[in-house]
Design a protein around this ligand. Structure first.
Ligand code: PXL
Length: 275
């Protein structure tokens, strides 16, 4: 069985980060090892959330794993906390990245043209540096624009997306994938660029007009789980895009849906059948 280490916060309530990554990657058949970077009462779209930073636990936990001879087939990072914490995670990746370890970095820090409340430009710069250690990065357009210094364009064409991918590629990752790419009216999806082959990949599905929290984490976690099943990166992206869109669709049909996250619990069985 493949073993995945995922490093991100626990938002106790909120259906995001570890409360998505753990069930999704496990359901897709990989052992999921977690490194919680902070405990929050909820995600940061609630007001008055509590937050306990766990940075001082990273080094001792990593040291214990090293002593136990633990290895990982993938290391996947999501929402993190501070510049200093990212520095610790850079070190952890250097220590645990073996020849066959796939490093997936989702530089979660912004959306819709704006940084999340907790972050500033130093944090953006550090995330850009973290991306250099990745085999695959999966930022949204806002995060990519911040990390590359390019202008954020809500309405975009393929030319802009290719330029953004070229700049992202300069950060040093093997494959750069942009999420939230809408190349035609009523469509949304992903576009990626693979450094080694120089090839692009575009996938578009139906755009559902609803913005839900945690959908980026659902997408990334699904990618990681599918990659660990041996899927080519393009297939992993396509399945993750379809699964995320399907989950938003199902959530919208639930009259009791919570505002803070999607009903992925209802759609996990379908994910396991997706090709
Ligand atoms: O879904 C990304 C995410 C993860 N964790 C926390 C967040 C967010 C987005 O806002 O606040 C704590």
């Amino acid at each position: 069985m493949k073993r995945v280490l995922t490093i991100q916060d626990i938002s106790c309530l909120g259906k995001c980060s570890l409360t998505i990554a753990l069930p999704v990657i496990s359901a897709l058949g990989s052992e999921t090892v977690i490194l919680p970077t902070a405990v929050l009462s909820t995600h940061t779209m609630f007001t008055h959330f509590t937050c306990k930073d766990l940075s001082d636990q990273i080094a001792p936990i990593a040291a214990h794993w090293k002593e136990e001879g633990v290895t990982f087939d993938a290391i996947y990072t999501g929402y993190l906390g501070t510049v200093e914490q990212i520095e610790q995670i850079q070190e952890l990746i250097r220590v645990f990245k073996g020849q066959n370890t796939t490093v997936v970095i989702d530089p979660v820090m912004a959306d819709n043209g704006r940084l999340y409340p907790a972050f500033n430009m130093d944090y953006v710069k550090k995330n850009a540096e973290l991306c250099a250690l990745a085999d695959i990065i999966v930022p949204n357009i806002t995060e990519a624009a911040f990390m590359t210094g390019m202008e954020y364009r809500e309405h975009h064409d393929q030319g802009y997306i290719q330029e953004l991918l070229a700049s992202l590629n300069e950060l040093g990752a093997g494959i750069s994938v942009l999420t939230g790419v809408s190349l035609a009216e009523g469509k949304t999806g992903v576009m990626g660029y693979e450094r080694a082959s120089g090839e692009y990949y575009v996938y578009q599905n139906q755009r559902i007009d609803a913005a839900y929290h945690g959908t980026g984490d659902l997408f990334s976690s699904t990618c990681v789980g599918e990659l660990m099943k041996g899927r080519d990166w393009r297939d992993a992206m396509r399945i993750a895009a379809d699964y995320t869109a399907h989950t938003i669709d199902v959530t919208l049909q639930n009259p009791q849906k919570p505002w803070y996250g999607v009903d992925f619990e209802a759609t996990l069985p379908k994910l396991l059948t997706m090709e």
